[in-house]
Write a protein that binds this ligand. Structure first.
Ligand code: GTP
Ligand code: MG
Length: 254
């Protein structure tokens, strides 16, 4: 069994990608199951095989503890840890080879609270990877791009599983923007040059320091352009996951 966790900022396309990738893998006759870990999800574009909402209701928490929507989500996220054994059994019970895990809208809940890393470890002892989504339209300006990668490093630091990067919603950006985003990821010197030329206020100094920090890290392998809407890039993403999970065997054979 392999687990791939969809992680990224609110609205970056985690649920849509879970749905599209599951469909793609099913078509390829892969044994796949989907897990929803977002207790606050209202409408999901797929029918999760395992669903945290069967155990936890954000609405009930709000009422019971007199919390606002964000407080209730924080609490729900912490409570998820109590059901880890149930979730684990359910996941194992599916017998699926690929497990796609959709995570809560608020990345900080999942990545920064103690419960997130605990849940990742506790769901299964089988190999795992993080699919970090970089929202293409949102990240088209250099400051947002830099902040987003910074956030991804913060998530990585907590979860410490192999992390691969997806440029999500590529159907929403033009060819030039797409190339620019891919270039930035590929070559942080280009990113730095655009940070220098495009950021005009004091945030320049911070952005510059963060890019320096990013350059010294060796966790950015490739950024895979994907559209959950058109299906573009799903084959590359599934190939990249296979490479991680098979420890590169397929590459050697090919
Ligand atoms: N055009 C286009 N829209 C997309 C794509 N992926 C997601 N969207 C849209 O972006 C919005 C957010 O998508 P979701 O999949 O719900 O994103 P999410 O990360 O699960 O959102 P939260 O769980 O609320 O953080 C929805 O309106 C989707 O229809 C894509 O590949 N292309
Ligand atoms: Mg979602």
């Amino acid at each position: 069994m392999f687990l791939a966790f969809m992680v990224g900022s609110a609205g970056c396309g985690k649920s849509m990608l879970t749905s599209a990738l599951a469909e793609y893998l099913l078509e390829k006759e892969q044994d796949v199951c989907t897990v929803n870990l977002d207790p606050g999800a209202v409408n999901l574009p797929y029918n999760p095989d395992v669903d945290i909402r069967a155990y936890i209701s954000v609405e009930d928490i709000q009422e019971e503890y007199g919390l606002g929507p964000n407080g209730a989500l924080v609490m729900a996220s912490d409570l998820t840890a109590n059901y880890i054994e149930d979730l684990r059994e359910e996941i194992e019970g599916t017998g699926a080879e690929y497990v796609l895990v959709d995570t809560p809208g608020q990345l900080e809940l999942f990545a920064f609270r103690a419960s997130g890393p605990f849940i990742v470890k506790g769901l299964s002892s089988d190999p795992k990877a993080i699919v970090y989504l970089v929202d293409a339209p949102f990240s088209a300006n250099p400051l947002n791009f830099v902040s987003n990668l910074y956030l991804s490093v913060a998530a990585y630091t907590r979860i410490l599983e192999p992390q691969l990067y997806v440029l999500s919603k590529v159907d929403l950006v033009d060819e030039d923007t797409r190339e620019k985003l891919l270039d930035w990821f590929e070559d942080f010197d280009m990113l730095e040059a655009d940070v220098e030329s495009m950021i005009r206020d004091e945030s320049l100094f911070i952005a510059r320091s963060i890019v320096e920090g990013l350059k010294s890290l060796d966790i950015f392998s490739e950024l895979i352009p994907v559209s959950a809407k058109t299906g573009e890039g799903l084959s590359s993403l599934s190939a990249a996951l296979t490479r991680i999970f098979s420890g590169g065997e397929e590459m050697l054979e090919g």
